[in-house]
Design a protein around this ligand. Structure first.
Ligand code: HEM
Length: 396
């Protein structure tokens, strides 16, 4: 259903105007901060914008705001907290016998956070059902967003559709948790890499100036005409895949792969982080950010080229990929279009801290025309490498 209904091109196209409005707000927000001489927290504005792009697509509504007034931050803070807890190493994953004891209290904390998140979703569903009842006995469509599609299917197929309240809650939770930090951290890594590499930054901005001209806002239809921007996104996925080990798999049968025996029932982690830096594949300088390596190359990230798999591949490939690709290019292009970025004096002197942090963490990277304060981003490299070696050692 995700592939055929929710993320189908016609559905995403139908909500194109809504996403366009969100990135226009982002452009205006950044311009306002810049004219005030304020610092711009790239991680925060990207995260907020992506959350609203998602909530627009799902509920036709903003669930947070770029401006800090009012209580609009609640939802954003909640999603960020869930990401952080979900990404924390959990002793129970490695010693299932201890799971019931919930030694770190993670399960208890997550349950509380999910209850708050579900209350937000319940309010959206209840409100929509009420309005649909008021409109022509429930037959009129409100907006063609994901919620309408799901309620239409539930109304048409009844219990057969399997879309009861619990399922809707889980589905929305999956979409927000899986779709927000992954997309916004990609934008943030791309900006960090471009700031460290002025010649790539200049190329991306020249291309935007050529293609977008004097228009203030970038549209999704422009993306096809921005090959260098696309190369920047590919190079960012190669070096900084937001899900570095994909989702765990379990071997259904004992198989031999590259000289290793993977026994039936073994849990297998695919280390796309290491694959993206494999010097046998990525020559020259696999650790260096060089978007130009993708210019004129047919290698793509949609699951067909096994050297670049930020969205996974096969039956469990990320279902949100069509939306993620649109959002990441759109937000990145909006931040780069007609804006001259510079690091703050201090960061200019010390360099950007590009170290990675364990967990699915809402990162914070601040820039302005004149300043950047800090950066802390995901995933601890050594830990992931150790984990993979441990698994291979266990399987061998
Ligand atoms: C740059 C952005 C994104 C990246 C890199 C990404 C990557 C991934 C990866 C690697 C997986 C696991 C696939 C596998 O193990 O083979 C996954 C699963 C998933 N993604 Fe994404 N994702 C992104 C954005 C999104 C968005 C925007 C949504 C929805 C709004 C989304 C929804 C999901 C869901 C629901 C799953 C779980 C699918 C399942 O259980 O099989 N993702 N994603």
């Amino acid at each position: 259903m995700m592939a055929t209904e929710l993320f189908a091109p016609h559905r995403l196209d139908a909500l194109l105007g809504l996403r366009s409005a969100k990135v226009r707000e982002l452009a205006a927000h950044v311009a306002r901060l810049a004219s005030d001489g304020a610092e711009i927290d790239v991680g925060r504005v990207a995260f907020t914008t992506i959350l609203n792009l998602l909530s627009g697509t799902i509920f036709s509504k903003d669930l947070t705001s770029l401006d800090d007034h009012g209580g609009s931050k609640g939802f954003q803070v909640l999603v960020a907290e869930i990401m952080e807890s979900a990404g924390s190493p959990n002793v129970s994953d490695f010693f299932p016998a201890l799971a019931r004891a919930d030694l770190q209290g993670l399960r208890r904390r997550m349950a509380g956070m999910f209850a708050r998140l579900h209350a937000v979703f319940d309010a959206e569903v209840d409100g929509r059902l009420r309005r649909r009842r008021e409109d022509d006995g429930g037959s009129r469509k409100e907006s063609d967003d994901f919620l309408d599609v799901l309620l239409d299917v539930a109304a048409r197929d009844g219990a057969k559709a399997g879309l009861d309240r619990d399922t809707l809650r889980s589905l929305f939770t999956d979409l927000f948790v899986a779709g927000s930090d992954t997309s916004s951290s990609t934008v943030e890594w791309a900006m960090a890499e471009l700031l460290r590499d002025p010649s790539s930054m200049a190329k991306a901005q020249e291309e935007l100036a050529r293609v977008i001209g004097s228009r203030r806002s970038v549209e999704e239809s422009d993306i096809d005409h921005l090959p260098y921007l696309q190369a920047v996104v590919k190079e960012t996925f190669r070096l900084h895949p937001p899900v570095p080990l994909l989702l765990p798999r379990q071997a259904q049968a004992t198989v031999e792969i590259a000289g290793y025996t993977v026994p039936r029932g073994a849990r297998v982690l695919v280390n796309v982080w290491a694959m993206g830096r494999d010097e046998g594949i990525w020559r020259p300088e696999p650790d260096r950010f060089m978007p130009g390596r993708f210019m004129g190359s047919a290698v793509d990230y949609r699951g067909g080229d096994f050297e670049l798999l930020p969205f996974g591949a096969g039956r469990r490939v990320c279902p949100g990929m069509p939306l993620a690709i649109r959002m990441v290019h759109l937000v990145l292009a909006t931040l780069l279009n007609r804006i001259e970025w510079r690091l703050p004096v201090e960061a200019e002197r010390t360099g950007i801290d590009m170290s990675e942090k364990f967990g699915v963490t809402h990162s914070s990277l601040c820039y302005s025309y004149t300043s950047l304060s800090q950066i802390f981003i995901q995933y601890n490299r050594p830990r992931f490498i150790c984990l993979l070696e441990l698994h291979l050692a266990m399987c061998h």
